[in-house]
Design a protein around this ligand. Structure first.
Ligand SMILES: [Zn+2]
Length: 113
């Protein structure tokens, strides 16, 4: 259940942002989550709702964008999308692909007032 600790992190960041920007409530939060993080989005939303119930963050929506695994093949030099980080290059079959995205866990947008 690492979703709970991720949700806790998000809540802490949002509290800080509310102070910094003088917000009284938050409508929605945009997240980019890399597939390699193995985050269960439903479980993350659930944890977030539980943690924020009764707080000024209650009712904030998590809008999660999943970021696919992308790599650069060290054989053919192409950028490729992988379904698994252990995959070979789908273009040339080269075994060495450097992962360049898919590990994100970023808050990219906060909407509130
Ligand atoms: Zn290749």
């Amino acid at each position: 259940m690492h979703e709970l600790s991720i949700a806790q992190n998000i809540v802490e960041i949002l509290h800080d942002q509310m102070k910094i920007h003088n917000l009284s409530k938050i409508e929605s939060v945009g997240l980019r989550v890399g597939v390699l993080r193995s985050v269960e989005i439903e479980s993350l939303s659930f944890s977030f709702n539980v943690l924020t119930a009764g707080s000024p963050l209650e009712g904030a929506r998590l809008e999660v964008e999943e970021v696919p695994i992308k790599g650069r093949c060290m054989e053919c030099g192409q950028q490729v999308t992988l379904s698994n980080w252990l995959d070979d290059c789908p273009l040339c079959g080269g075994p060495r692909v450097e992962i360049i995205s898919g590990k994100e866990l970023d808050i990219v947008a906060i909407e509130g007032e």
